[in-house]
Design a protein around this ligand. Structure first.
Ligand code: DAK
Length: 259
């Protein structure tokens, strides 16, 4: 599939996906959502891919769902739009490789929701984040009410969503909405550095750890630990597990193969 609204560049085993609709501050229109979905579908089983970085072209990460399209929705099409958008967030959240959001600028509404569906959020000092949907008479529709509360707690999530306030990177870091903040010019290098560091670890272990953390947050501690137990024993069947343990005993660097 040829993409019109996203650019995909491969740096070694890491894919950098840049949302490139600069004229609309990278707002997520239906076509962009479809292209992002296609990217994650196409690479679901790509063994040559060990991480994804999502960023935005120009001064925005993503300024939200496309308001011009939202204005044309009726009850039926809004639900359809929501289902497709939420499915994209679900795809990203459950993608077997780590997905890092490099939040370079505005991450508002659907843009903040996209960042929250990623595993880790790195922001530039210029990033601005928020869920300003109430200004438009709507609420977050791509999982924002759920993921924001899980990330920053219910009080802060309510404060942000009810007020529509847009916060800067320092405040987003303070409340745990982003995980690191870097000068603008360092953001992409830092994101690649982190993605490559993760890529040097045992890929199945990283993937299973992601699954355990995600699943565990939706169930009670005991069920989460049960899931971890099963995943742990599954990993014992991998070549990489033997390699990692042997390499330590032999005082050498492990060479992981992803099997
Ligand atoms: N959608 C469409 N176009 C957008 C846009 C957006 N979200 N954000 C910006 N643009 C466009 C502007 O209209 C403008 O286009 P032209 O007028 O030049 O044609 C261009 O991008 C540049 O924007 P500005 O001229 O406004 O740039 P500034 O630097 O002055 O301001 C800004 C930047 C980010 C503060 C401002 O653009 C802004 O306030 N944008 C809207 C931010 C926003 O409210 N985002 C949340 C959108 S609502 C649902 C699914 C999902 C959602 C809800 C329901 N269901 C399916 C039911 C999610 C909703 C949202 O995300």
């Amino acid at each position: 599939m040829d993409f019109k609204n996203i650019e995909v560049k491969k740096e070694g085993k890491i894919a950098i996906v840049t949302i490139s609709r600069e004229k609309a501050l990278n707002a997520l229109n239906a076509e962009t959502v479809t292209e992002l979905k296609a990217f994650f579908h196409n690479h679901w089983r790509d063994e040559d891919l060990l991480g994804v970085i999502i960023t935005g072209a120009g001064k925005a990460f993503v300024a939200g769902a496309d308001i011009k399209e939202l204005a044309e929705c009726n009850v039926i099409s809004a639900e359809e739009k929501m289902r497709i958008g939420q499915y994209l967030m679900h795809l990203i959240e459950n993608f077997p490789r780590p997905v890092i959001a490099a939040v370079n600028g505005f991450a508002l509404g659907g843009g903040c929701e996209l960042a929250m569906a990623c595993d880790i959020r790195l922001a530039s000092e210029k990033a601005k984040l928020g869920q300003p949907e109430v200004n438009l008479g709507i609420i977050p529709g791509y999982g924002g009410t759920q993921r924001l509360a899980r990330l920053v707690g219910r009080g802060k999530a309510k404060q942000l969503i009810f007020s529509g306030d847009i916060i800067d990177a320092a405040e987003a870091y303070r409340i745990g909405l982003v995980d690191e903040v870097y000068p603008v010019e360092e953001l992409m290098n830092k994101a690649l550095e982190l993605a490559n560091k993760i890529a040097s670890k045992a890929p199945i272990a990283v993937s299973k750890a992601k699954e355990c953390i995600n699943k565990g947050l939706d169930v009670n501690l005991s069920n989460g630990c049960d899931f971890e137990k099963v995943s742990f024993s599954t990993i014992y069947g991998t070549t990489d597990c033997k390699e990692g343990l042997n390499a330590f005993m032999e005082k050498r660097k492990a060479e992981f193969k992803g099997e």
